[in-house]
Design a protein around this ligand. Sequence first.
Ligand code: UD1
Length: 362
Amino acid sequence: MKIGIVLGTRPEIIKLAPVIEEVEARSLDRFIVHTNQHYDWEMDAQFFEELELPPADLNLGVGSGSHGEQTAKMLAAIEKAIVEQELTHVVVQGDTNSGLAGALAGAKLLRRVAHVEAGLRSYDMRMPEELNRRLIDHLAHDLFPPTETAHGILTGESVPGQVHDPTGNTIVDAVLRYSPHRDVPIGEREPFILLTLHRPENVDHEPTLRAILNAVGEVAADSDLDVTFPAHPRTRGRLEQFGMALPPRVEFAPLKSFRDLLALQATARLVMTDSGGLQEESCVLGSPCVVLRTHTDRPETVDVGASRLAGVEREGIVAASEEMLAVRRAAWDQPFGDGSSSRAIIDLLLASGTAPVLSASD
Ligand code: UD1
């Protein structure tokens, strides 16, 4: 048995770190492939250092590009690595192009493909991530849904692989290990709002980006709070391209380490984001969150009252922010598990054996 672990972007590095740690703790034979979809120090190497990850065994150096170009380069190189390294398993996480390339290469070579964080759906087919995750779920042999909702989605779609019982989300393992604070009482928080934006459907479309930023500026003025905005490189690029200035009280900040971003989330009065990862993290940390999207693939955070789906228009954003700023006690149920997801995932993976699942026609 030799487990290939494919990752390439900031969220995959963070969410697979506890899984890699578990693999290392058991001294399993493994081979880490880093596609280098993310390559800036702030988006990549910083997290390997901070999370004390072993260096990747192979770095593909793929970088940025169109979806087809990026995915194709990864696919060819991962296929070669699987054959050369005689990998029996390929583990991918989430919904990125790196994850899709890993799953497709592994499935075509009849290796056992495992999908960590399986079964999420936004039902928004404009999102590249929605396409990726659907395809990965239908290619994978071992599916690890984080929640009952995700589990129900996978069984409802009759995916051919084995849908394991909900494992929780590995983000909880990572947050509990790295967060300096949790459940900071609202009255003791710093007077600021944390903003992140990176989804292409928000930032690549000028009127949407403008509407979101103006609404955030209005919330800042109404609530008398400053907004800290560690902007993703994609977003900075678009703002420059559109010649768009930030509204008063909204200020750029440098990209943060994982620990620093958790500290900001834990001490902010409000988190405003279009990131699924921050939506989960703020829920675990006990911080009210406004989701700057029209659909969410993490409905659990809305259901427990940790976040509010605001949409991307002024009225929705202002109303959701008012509501979440009025939350005085952030004591909601935790939908993503207790921090033991990685252990559960590796236990299940080891129990599943190495043979790929065969379809009825085989
Ligand atoms: C990708 C994932 C998304 C994930 C996000 C986390 C896909 C389809 N999307 O989106 O699901 O939530 O990562 O950040 O896989 N760039 C840099 N430096 C970097 C990386 C990117 O400058 O290190 C810039 C480049 O201009 C690039 C753009 O950001 O073209 C977008 O990067 P890309 O990897 O295509 O997608 P993300 O938007 O980061």
